[in-house]
Write a protein that binds this ligand. Structure first.
Ligand SMILES: [Cu+2]
Length: 134
């Protein structure tokens, strides 16, 4: 999925055609990655265009993956969360320490979980929830 992640970053950087052609970031959620948590500035947003403005404040490489679902307690296999039953909305991998990336998505109402699923990171607490209201 690395190619997809890179093209997404490029797309966001160009601010064109990423979200139905509006170029708008919609509701911006400040998203902080630490080595033991993912912190969102809000836990609920309205449906529509949503941008995760991600800062990696940890000292390790992290990633952000957004899945549809409400259950943050997932089975763990070989140090990674087993997400096989979940629908991946989108992701950005390889976010360096101190790095900033933006992930713009069009989110319908529903429950979502946001995780970093590098080996061991889910178990360290890098998971959180987002509720999108209709
Ligand atoms: Cu991580």
């Amino acid at each position: 999925m690395k190619g997809l992640a890179i093209s997404l970053v490029t797309c966001v950087a160009l601010l064109s055609g990423c979200s139905g052609g509006s170029g708008s970031e919609g509701t911006v959620i400040d998203t902080t990655l630490n080595n033991t948590s993912i912190d969102l500035s809000v836990s609920t947003v309205e449906a529509g265009t949503v941008t995760f403005a991600v800062t990696n404040e940890g000292d390790q490489v992290h990633e952000i993956e957004v899945f549809a679902g409400s259950n943050t307690v997932l089975p763990v296999d070989k140090n990674v969360a087993n997400v096989s039953g979940l629908t991946l909305i989108d992701e950005i991998e390889d976010i360096l320490p101190g790095g900033n990336v933006r992930l713009t998505l069009d989110l319908p109402a529903g429950d979502y979980i946001v995780i970093c699923n590098l080996p061991g990171h889910y178990e360290m607490g890098m998971v959180t929830k987002l509720v999108v209201t209709g």
